[in-house]
Design a protein around this ligand. Structure first.
Ligand SMILES: Nc1nc2c(ncn2[C@@H]2O[C@H](COP(=O)(O)OP(=O)(O)OP(=O)(O)O)[C@@H](O)[C@H]2O)c(=O)[nH]1
Ligand SMILES: [Zn+2]
Length: 336
Protein backbone atom coordinates (compact mmCIF):
# COMPACT_ATOMS: atom_id res chain seq x y z
CA UNK A 1 0.00 0.00 0.00
CA UNK A 2 1.43 3.39 -0.88
CA UNK A 3 0.32 6.61 0.67
CA UNK A 4 -0.68 9.87 -0.91
CA UNK A 5 1.60 12.27 0.91
CA UNK A 6 -0.50 15.28 -0.14
CA UNK A 7 -3.35 13.94 1.96
CA UNK A 8 -1.03 13.28 4.77
CA UNK A 9 1.04 16.35 5.32
CA UNK A 10 -0.80 17.35 8.47
CA UNK A 11 -1.56 13.94 9.85
CA UNK A 12 0.67 14.19 12.90
CA UNK A 13 -0.82 17.33 14.33
CA UNK A 14 -1.52 17.31 18.00
CA UNK A 15 -5.04 18.07 19.05
CA UNK A 16 -4.07 20.85 21.45
CA UNK A 17 -1.24 22.82 20.05
CA UNK A 18 -1.24 22.00 16.35
CA UNK A 19 2.48 21.40 16.58
CA UNK A 20 3.82 19.01 13.97
CA UNK A 21 5.70 16.12 15.55
CA UNK A 22 9.01 16.12 13.71
CA UNK A 23 10.78 12.86 13.14
CA UNK A 24 7.71 10.67 13.46
CA UNK A 25 6.40 8.64 10.55
CA UNK A 26 3.53 10.11 8.58
CA UNK A 27 0.43 8.04 9.12
CA UNK A 28 -2.93 8.13 7.45
CA UNK A 29 -6.09 6.39 8.55
CA UNK A 30 -7.41 4.88 5.32
CA UNK A 31 -10.68 3.48 6.66
CA UNK A 32 -12.59 2.91 9.86
CA UNK A 33 -15.54 0.64 10.57
CA UNK A 34 -17.69 -0.25 13.55
CA UNK A 35 -17.22 -3.82 14.71
CA UNK A 36 -19.90 -5.20 17.04
CA UNK A 37 -18.05 -7.61 19.33
CA UNK A 38 -18.92 -10.89 20.99
CA UNK A 39 -17.70 -9.31 24.25
CA UNK A 40 -20.30 -6.53 24.34
CA UNK A 41 -19.08 -3.11 23.25
CA UNK A 42 -18.76 -1.96 19.66
CA UNK A 43 -15.20 -1.12 18.67
CA UNK A 44 -14.01 1.00 15.76
CA UNK A 45 -11.29 -0.65 13.74
CA UNK A 46 -8.94 1.86 12.07
CA UNK A 47 -6.60 0.81 9.30
CA UNK A 48 -3.50 2.93 8.73
CA UNK A 49 -0.99 3.41 5.94
CA UNK A 50 2.34 5.11 6.56
CA UNK A 51 5.51 6.32 4.87
CA UNK A 52 7.86 3.77 6.50
CA UNK A 53 6.58 0.35 5.47
CA UNK A 54 3.75 -1.20 3.47
CA UNK A 55 2.11 -3.06 6.34
CA UNK A 56 -1.48 -2.53 7.45
CA UNK A 57 -1.05 -1.32 11.03
CA UNK A 58 -4.26 -1.00 13.03
CA UNK A 59 -5.85 0.87 15.88
CA UNK A 60 -8.69 -0.78 17.77
CA UNK A 61 -10.57 2.15 19.20
CA UNK A 62 -13.07 1.98 22.05
CA UNK A 63 -15.24 5.11 22.06
CA UNK A 64 -16.89 6.60 18.98
CA UNK A 65 -15.60 10.06 19.88
CA UNK A 66 -11.90 9.19 19.64
CA UNK A 67 -11.35 10.62 16.15
CA UNK A 68 -8.51 10.18 13.71
CA UNK A 69 -7.49 13.60 12.34
CA UNK A 70 -6.27 12.09 9.07
CA UNK A 71 -9.51 10.13 8.58
CA UNK A 72 -11.89 12.96 9.36
CA UNK A 73 -10.08 15.68 7.41
CA UNK A 74 -12.31 16.77 4.52
CA UNK A 75 -10.93 15.90 1.12
CA UNK A 76 -11.51 17.95 -2.00
CA UNK A 77 -14.60 16.93 -4.01
CA UNK A 78 -15.61 14.06 -1.75
CA UNK A 79 -19.30 13.52 -1.08
CA UNK A 80 -21.00 12.76 2.23
CA UNK A 81 -21.53 9.22 0.91
CA UNK A 82 -17.76 8.93 0.25
CA UNK A 83 -17.11 10.00 3.82
CA UNK A 84 -19.52 7.46 5.27
CA UNK A 85 -17.97 4.69 3.16
CA UNK A 86 -14.47 5.36 4.46
CA UNK A 87 -15.80 5.70 8.01
CA UNK A 88 -15.47 9.47 8.53
CA UNK A 89 -18.90 9.87 10.12
CA UNK A 90 -20.20 10.86 13.55
CA UNK A 91 -22.44 8.55 15.56
CA UNK A 92 -23.69 5.39 13.92
CA UNK A 93 -24.62 4.48 10.34
CA UNK A 94 -28.15 3.28 9.61
CA UNK A 95 -30.02 2.44 6.41
CA UNK A 96 -30.96 5.60 4.55
CA UNK A 97 -28.51 7.93 6.31
CA UNK A 98 -27.26 10.61 3.91
CA UNK A 99 -25.02 12.95 5.91
CA UNK A 100 -21.70 11.88 7.44
CA UNK A 101 -20.80 15.03 9.36
CA UNK A 102 -24.05 15.34 11.34
CA UNK A 103 -25.96 12.84 13.38
CA UNK A 104 -29.61 13.90 13.59
CA UNK A 105 -30.40 11.21 16.11
CA UNK A 106 -27.73 12.49 18.52
CA UNK A 107 -28.22 16.12 17.51
CA UNK A 108 -24.47 16.51 17.00
CA UNK A 109 -22.46 17.97 14.12
CA UNK A 110 -18.75 17.95 13.38
CA UNK A 111 -17.01 21.21 12.55
CA UNK A 112 -14.16 21.76 10.13
CA UNK A 113 -11.68 24.46 9.26
CA UNK A 114 -13.14 25.78 6.03
CA UNK A 115 -9.71 26.40 4.46
CA UNK A 116 -7.79 23.26 5.41
CA UNK A 117 -10.67 20.83 5.93
CA UNK A 118 -9.21 19.88 9.33
CA UNK A 119 -11.60 18.55 11.94
CA UNK A 120 -12.08 21.12 14.70
CA UNK A 121 -12.13 19.27 17.98
CA UNK A 122 -14.86 20.21 20.42
CA UNK A 123 -15.67 18.48 23.68
CA UNK A 124 -19.20 17.76 22.44
CA UNK A 125 -18.01 15.59 19.57
CA UNK A 126 -14.39 14.67 20.17
CA UNK A 127 -12.51 12.93 22.98
CA UNK A 128 -10.59 15.51 24.92
CA UNK A 129 -6.85 14.90 24.66
CA UNK A 130 -6.45 15.98 28.28
CA UNK A 131 -8.08 12.74 29.36
CA UNK A 132 -5.79 10.00 30.60
CA UNK A 133 -6.54 7.36 27.99
CA UNK A 134 -5.95 3.66 28.63
CA UNK A 135 -3.70 2.35 25.84
CA UNK A 136 -2.13 -0.96 24.89
CA UNK A 137 0.52 -1.06 22.19
CA UNK A 138 0.40 -4.62 21.01
CA UNK A 139 2.86 -6.32 18.65
CA UNK A 140 1.54 -8.98 16.31
CA UNK A 141 1.92 -12.58 17.49
CA UNK A 142 0.29 -15.06 15.12
CA UNK A 143 1.08 -18.01 17.38
CA UNK A 144 -0.24 -16.45 20.58
CA UNK A 145 -3.32 -14.92 18.99
CA UNK A 146 -4.34 -17.57 16.45
CA UNK A 147 -2.53 -20.84 17.16
CA UNK A 148 -3.43 -21.17 20.86
CA UNK A 149 0.27 -20.99 21.76
CA UNK A 150 1.20 -21.54 25.40
CA UNK A 151 4.72 -20.24 24.70
CA UNK A 152 3.84 -16.59 25.30
CA UNK A 153 1.20 -14.39 26.91
CA UNK A 154 0.33 -12.23 23.87
CA UNK A 155 -3.18 -13.60 23.31
CA UNK A 156 -4.05 -13.28 26.99
CA UNK A 157 -2.70 -9.73 27.13
CA UNK A 158 -4.65 -8.73 24.05
CA UNK A 159 -7.94 -10.01 25.51
CA UNK A 160 -7.26 -8.48 28.89
CA UNK A 161 -6.44 -5.09 27.40
CA UNK A 162 -9.82 -5.06 25.64
CA UNK A 163 -11.66 -6.05 28.79
CA UNK A 164 -9.86 -3.43 30.89
CA UNK A 165 -10.58 -0.67 28.39
CA UNK A 166 -14.25 -1.63 28.28
CA UNK A 167 -14.80 -1.79 32.06
CA UNK A 168 -14.70 0.98 34.64
CA UNK A 169 -12.87 -1.08 37.24
CA UNK A 170 -11.37 -4.57 37.50
CA UNK A 171 -12.14 -5.82 41.03
CA UNK A 172 -9.50 -8.61 41.09
CA UNK A 173 -6.60 -6.21 40.44
CA UNK A 174 -8.20 -2.97 41.59
CA UNK A 175 -7.16 -1.44 38.27
CA UNK A 176 -9.24 1.46 37.00
CA UNK A 177 -10.48 0.59 33.52
CA UNK A 178 -11.06 2.84 30.55
CA UNK A 179 -14.84 2.93 31.05
CA UNK A 180 -15.37 2.38 27.32
CA UNK A 181 -12.60 4.68 26.12
CA UNK A 182 -9.19 3.53 25.01
CA UNK A 183 -7.02 2.30 22.20
CA UNK A 184 -5.20 -0.91 21.32
CA UNK A 185 -2.61 -0.05 18.68
CA UNK A 186 -1.88 -3.25 16.79
CA UNK A 187 1.53 -3.11 15.14
CA UNK A 188 2.52 -5.66 12.50
CA UNK A 189 5.90 -6.40 14.00
CA UNK A 190 5.66 -10.14 14.44
CA UNK A 191 8.25 -11.89 16.57
CA UNK A 192 9.56 -8.68 18.19
CA UNK A 193 10.20 -7.41 14.67
CA UNK A 194 12.02 -10.42 13.16
CA UNK A 195 9.01 -11.90 11.36
CA UNK A 196 7.15 -15.18 11.77
CA UNK A 197 9.62 -17.37 9.88
CA UNK A 198 12.52 -16.27 12.07
CA UNK A 199 10.37 -16.59 15.19
CA UNK A 200 9.61 -20.21 14.30
CA UNK A 201 13.36 -20.87 13.99
CA UNK A 202 13.80 -19.18 17.37
CA UNK A 203 11.20 -21.57 18.80
CA UNK A 204 13.19 -24.55 17.55
CA UNK A 205 16.30 -23.13 19.20
CA UNK A 206 14.25 -22.70 22.39
CA UNK A 207 13.21 -26.35 22.23
CA UNK A 208 16.93 -27.10 21.92
CA UNK A 209 17.56 -25.23 25.17
CA UNK A 210 18.05 -21.54 24.32
CA UNK A 211 16.00 -18.81 25.92
CA UNK A 212 14.24 -16.17 23.81
CA UNK A 213 17.15 -13.73 24.02
CA UNK A 214 19.76 -16.33 23.14
CA UNK A 215 17.67 -17.65 20.25
CA UNK A 216 17.40 -14.20 18.64
CA UNK A 217 21.13 -13.62 19.01
CA UNK A 218 21.98 -17.02 17.56
CA UNK A 219 19.89 -16.13 14.52
CA UNK A 220 21.90 -12.88 14.29
CA UNK A 221 18.94 -10.67 15.16
CA UNK A 222 18.80 -8.01 17.87
CA UNK A 223 17.19 -9.13 21.11
CA UNK A 224 14.26 -6.85 20.25
CA UNK A 225 14.03 -5.38 16.74
CA UNK A 226 10.80 -3.45 17.28
CA UNK A 227 10.19 0.22 16.59
CA UNK A 228 7.31 1.99 18.32
CA UNK A 229 7.38 5.23 16.35
CA UNK A 230 4.40 4.20 14.22
CA UNK A 231 2.48 3.57 17.41
CA UNK A 232 3.26 7.08 18.61
CA UNK A 233 2.19 8.64 15.32
CA UNK A 234 -1.08 6.70 15.37
CA UNK A 235 -1.87 7.79 18.94
CA UNK A 236 -1.19 11.42 18.06
CA UNK A 237 -3.38 11.10 14.98
CA UNK A 238 -6.17 9.88 17.28
CA UNK A 239 -5.74 12.94 19.49
CA UNK A 240 -4.56 10.83 22.41
CA UNK A 241 -1.84 12.72 24.27
CA UNK A 242 -1.82 11.49 27.87
CA UNK A 243 -1.74 7.75 28.16
CA UNK A 244 -2.03 5.10 30.83
CA UNK A 245 0.08 2.42 29.18
CA UNK A 246 -0.69 -1.25 29.76
CA UNK A 247 2.75 -2.86 29.84
CA UNK A 248 5.49 -4.44 31.94
CA UNK A 249 8.19 -3.37 29.50
CA UNK A 250 10.15 -0.29 30.64
CA UNK A 251 11.84 0.03 27.23
CA UNK A 252 8.43 0.31 25.57
CA UNK A 253 7.51 3.22 27.85
CA UNK A 254 10.73 5.03 26.90
CA UNK A 255 10.16 4.43 23.21
CA UNK A 256 6.50 5.43 23.23
CA UNK A 257 6.81 8.76 25.05
CA UNK A 258 7.24 11.78 22.81
CA UNK A 259 7.27 14.68 25.24
CA UNK A 260 5.61 17.17 25.15
CA UNK A 261 3.17 15.76 22.59
CA UNK A 262 2.68 12.30 24.04
CA UNK A 263 3.13 11.51 27.72
CA UNK A 264 2.85 8.26 29.62
CA UNK A 265 1.18 9.45 32.82
CA UNK A 266 0.88 5.98 34.32
CA UNK A 267 2.09 2.43 33.73
CA UNK A 268 -0.67 -0.12 34.24
CA UNK A 269 0.87 -3.56 34.93
CA UNK A 270 -0.09 -6.69 33.01
CA UNK A 271 0.29 -9.47 35.57
CA UNK A 272 -0.17 -12.94 34.03
CA UNK A 273 -3.65 -14.21 34.91
CA UNK A 274 -2.28 -17.56 36.07
CA UNK A 275 -0.19 -15.84 38.72
CA UNK A 276 -3.22 -14.37 40.43
CA UNK A 277 -5.67 -17.21 39.73
CA UNK A 278 -4.02 -20.62 39.35
CA UNK A 279 -7.12 -22.17 37.75
CA UNK A 280 -7.06 -19.66 34.88
CA UNK A 281 -4.59 -18.26 32.39
CA UNK A 282 -1.69 -19.97 30.65
CA UNK A 283 0.12 -22.73 32.53
CA UNK A 284 3.09 -24.29 30.73
CA UNK A 285 6.80 -24.89 31.13
CA UNK A 286 7.40 -22.75 28.05
CA UNK A 287 5.57 -19.68 29.31
CA UNK A 288 7.43 -19.80 32.59
CA UNK A 289 10.73 -19.76 30.72
CA UNK A 290 9.42 -16.96 28.51
CA UNK A 291 8.33 -14.82 31.45
CA UNK A 292 11.49 -15.54 33.41
CA UNK A 293 13.62 -14.39 30.49
CA UNK A 294 11.58 -11.19 30.22
CA UNK A 295 12.13 -10.52 33.92
CA UNK A 296 15.76 -11.59 34.26
CA UNK A 297 17.18 -10.59 30.88
CA UNK A 298 14.93 -7.84 29.57
CA UNK A 299 14.13 -5.96 32.77
CA UNK A 300 10.34 -6.41 32.62
CA UNK A 301 8.60 -5.03 35.67
CA UNK A 302 7.12 -8.24 37.02
CA UNK A 303 7.88 -10.18 40.17
CA UNK A 304 8.14 -13.91 39.69
CA UNK A 305 5.72 -16.12 41.62
CA UNK A 306 7.27 -18.62 44.01
CA UNK A 307 6.52 -21.86 42.18
CA UNK A 308 7.83 -22.38 38.66
CA UNK A 309 7.87 -25.51 36.51
CA UNK A 310 11.50 -25.12 35.52
CA UNK A 311 14.58 -24.68 37.67
CA UNK A 312 15.40 -21.00 37.78
CA UNK A 313 18.94 -20.16 36.74
CA UNK A 314 20.74 -17.48 38.61
CA UNK A 315 21.18 -14.27 36.65
CA UNK A 316 24.93 -14.84 36.66
CA UNK A 317 24.61 -18.35 35.26
CA UNK A 318 22.17 -17.09 32.71
CA UNK A 319 24.59 -14.38 31.58
CA UNK A 320 27.36 -16.96 31.18
CA UNK A 321 24.97 -19.00 29.06
CA UNK A 322 24.38 -16.01 26.76
CA UNK A 323 28.11 -15.56 26.27
CA UNK A 324 28.49 -19.25 25.46
CA UNK A 325 25.72 -19.04 22.90
CA UNK A 326 26.60 -15.70 21.41
CA UNK A 327 26.61 -15.49 17.59
CA UNK A 328 30.37 -16.15 17.69
CA UNK A 329 29.82 -19.57 19.16
CA UNK A 330 26.35 -20.34 17.87
CA UNK A 331 27.27 -23.93 17.07
CA UNK A 332 27.87 -24.68 20.73
CA UNK A 333 25.65 -27.28 22.35
CA UNK A 334 22.79 -25.82 24.32
CA UNK A 335 22.06 -27.11 27.76
CA UNK A 336 19.60 -25.56 30.14
N1 LIG B 1 11.65 -13.28 18.61
C1 LIG B 1 10.70 -13.76 19.39
N2 LIG B 1 9.55 -13.05 19.49
C2 LIG B 1 8.60 -13.51 20.29
C3 LIG B 1 8.72 -14.70 21.00
N3 LIG B 1 7.60 -14.91 21.70
C4 LIG B 1 6.78 -13.88 21.42
N4 LIG B 1 7.37 -13.02 20.58
C5 LIG B 1 6.90 -11.74 20.07
O1 LIG B 1 7.04 -10.80 21.10
C6 LIG B 1 6.14 -9.72 20.89
C7 LIG B 1 5.48 -9.39 22.21
O2 LIG B 1 6.48 -8.89 23.03
P1 LIG B 1 6.68 -9.25 24.53
O3 LIG B 1 8.16 -9.20 24.80
O4 LIG B 1 5.93 -10.50 24.90
O5 LIG B 1 5.98 -8.14 25.33
P2 LIG B 1 6.11 -6.57 25.24
O6 LIG B 1 5.09 -6.11 24.25
O7 LIG B 1 7.53 -6.15 24.98
O8 LIG B 1 5.82 -6.13 26.70
P3 LIG B 1 4.43 -6.03 27.43
O9 LIG B 1 3.86 -4.70 27.00
O10 LIG B 1 4.75 -6.07 28.86
O11 LIG B 1 3.60 -7.19 26.98
C8 LIG B 1 5.20 -10.17 19.77
O12 LIG B 1 5.61 -9.52 18.57
C9 LIG B 1 5.47 -11.67 19.66
O13 LIG B 1 5.27 -12.14 18.34
C10 LIG B 1 9.94 -15.43 20.89
O14 LIG B 1 10.14 -16.47 21.49
N5 LIG B 1 10.88 -14.92 20.07
ZN1 LIG C 1 3.29 -14.05 21.58
Amino acid sequence: MTMDSSNNSNSNRNNNNNEISDGLPLVQCVARARIPTTQGPDIFLHLYSNDRDNKEHLAIVFGEDIRSRSLFRRRPHETQQDRMIRGAYIGKLYPGRTVADEDDRLGLALEFDEHTGELLASTATTWDSHHHTLVRIHSECYTGENAWSARCDCGEQFDRAGRLIACDHEPSSNIQGGNGHGVIVYLRQEGRGIGLGEKLKAYNLQDLGADTVQANLMLKHPVDARDFSLGKAILLDLGVANIRLLTNNPEKIKQVEHVPLLKCVERVPMVPIHWTNSSEGIDSKEIEGYLRTKIERMGHLLTEPLKLHTNPQSTEASQKQTQMNSPLSSSSTLAI
